[in-house]
Design a protein. Structure first.
Length: 430
């Protein structure tokens, strides 16, 4: 059976006003009732908050606070033997956190934290149709939450929520259509995400090779004496970091510098303290002054966070927390070459193995003997120019792929919203 949006007559024969701005007009034959007419709601009971569990390996939905009988995990809680719920087909949603108001259809045995809610269907209700309906509903609910408040979902919100109730047959037709259509879109998005990962791997390999092997394939090589560096060009030196680098330590005494900077995803950005969340110091006198060409390393929380990029290149004068290490290059090494080298180390996760074991935090004293590969100043500049040219092309390709993913995601969101609210009519043919 092939489902499609009818192109010649994409709408239902007649519509009526709902009086609800975001819903507008809906098909005349659809009922407009409270969501609670189709479901009973219940919160999870377990006080333990599970943050690293998957809801079944095949669904791979990420960090939901759920423990499933399908997943064997001896981590936070050990094996759960007494499951709270034995579900047929119900809807699950988180009520707080990063995935708040992200619905999922569940079946099987589960234990859920108190930060979850379950929708138990009543008669003549197809959970999969309402799973799709919840996406535009929850978007509207999030939009109604003030920007300075963290989104959350309460049972009282669900009891007040309005839902559309097509006939059971129409619910099935819509759910089947969206299952097929969104599966195709998700596969396309996944393929593009894999393309981005491959481009990032290519970029990382390009940088690593340039700063440890050079850009001349015909040059004679020698052993570096460092296992994870391997061979380097014969004319290069391998020296400890402190031989070419100084530590920055200029404090912002008197609060003279006002440009507050932050390290975010490997980039040094300006920080807006008026709108950004996070801890703000009583005085920025404790911050350190950094200048164009300085390199910042965030060597905190090493045991718990092994994914973040920890190296950034400063491009303007400003201040940044003194919890970060600031490196200043000398006339014997170009700062942008040093940044490329340390960025390569960052991508290769070198910092996590320094000092005979992972430390929670490292200072310059812990880092100063880090071996660095040093070609001549002229070759450093050639490497910088080469990487600028090559990585720019890769970055532009990544940007284009990301934009196409965004467009696909927007189309998916729009499609689901239009179909579940009756703005277009789904038909099927044999």
């Amino acid at each position: 059976m092939i489902f499609q949006i009818k192109k010649t007559h994409p709408k239902y024969s007649s519509y009526r006003a709902t009086g609800i701005p975001w819903l507008g007009e809906v098909p005349s034959g659809w009922e407009v009732k409270k969501l609670k007419n189709g479901f009973s709601f219940r919160k999870g009971k377990n006080s333990q908050i599970y943050t690293k569990e998957f809801i079944g390996d095949s669904q791979n939905q990420g960090d939901y606070p759920v423990y499933s009988g399908q997943t064997e995990n001896q981590g936070i809680m050990g094996m759960v033997n007494n499951y709270e719920y034995d579900l047929e087909e119900s809807i699950f949603v988180t009520t707080v956190g990063a995935k708040v108001m992200t619905p999922l259809v569940l079946s099987g045995k589960f234990s859920l934290s108190q930060n979850c809610a379950l929708f138990f269907p009543k008669s003549e209700v197809l959970p999969k149709y309402f799973f799709y309906y919840l996406f535009p509903l929850f978007k509207q609910m999030k939009d109604d939450i003030p920007s300075d408040m963290q989104p959350s979902l309460r049972l009282s919100d669900l009891n007040k929520a309005t839902a559309l109730f097509p006939s059971p047959q129409e619910q099935t037709t819509i759910a089947h259509y969206l299952d097929k259509k969104t599966a195709i879109l998700d596969q396309t998005i996944e393929a593009k995400q894999k393309q981005i990962e491959l481009l990032k791997e290519r970029r990382s390999s390009l940088i690593n090779r340039a700063v440890t092997k050079g850009i001349d394939d015909g040059v004679e090589m020698k052993e570096s004496g460092v296992e994870w560096i391997g061979e380097v060009p014969k004319g290069w030196e391998v020296l400890p970091l402190f031989s070419r680098i100084k530590e920055g330590a200029e404090k912002n005494i008197g609060n003279n510098e006002k440009n507050i900077l932050s390290l975010s995803y490997g980039r040094i950005i300006r920080r807006d303290v008026e709108t950004n969340f996070g801890l703000i110091p009583a005085s920025f006198e404790t911050y350190q002054i950094v200048k164009n060409g300085d390199i910042i390393l965030r060597l905190t929380d090493l045991q718990n966070d092994k994914k973040s990029l920890r190296v950034g290149l400063v491009t303007e004068t400003g201040i940044i927390t003194s919890a970060y290490v600031c490196l200043k290059s000398t006339h014997l090494i170009i700062s942008r070459y040093l940044y490329a080298l340390l960025h390569s180390y960052d991508l290769e996760k070198v910092f996590y193995s320094l000092g005979g074991g992972v430390r929670q935090t490292m200072k310059f004293a812990d880092l100063k003997r880090l071996p660095i590969t040093i070609p001549s100043i002229q070759e450093q500049q050639k490497i910088v120019d080469y990487l600028d040219s090559k990585t720019q092309k890769i970055d532009e390709t990544i940007s284009l792929v990301k934009k196409s993913i965004t467009l696909l995601q927007e189309y998916k969101t729009s499609l689901v919203s239009k179909v579940v609210t009756g703005k277009v009519k789904v038909i099927h043919s044999q």
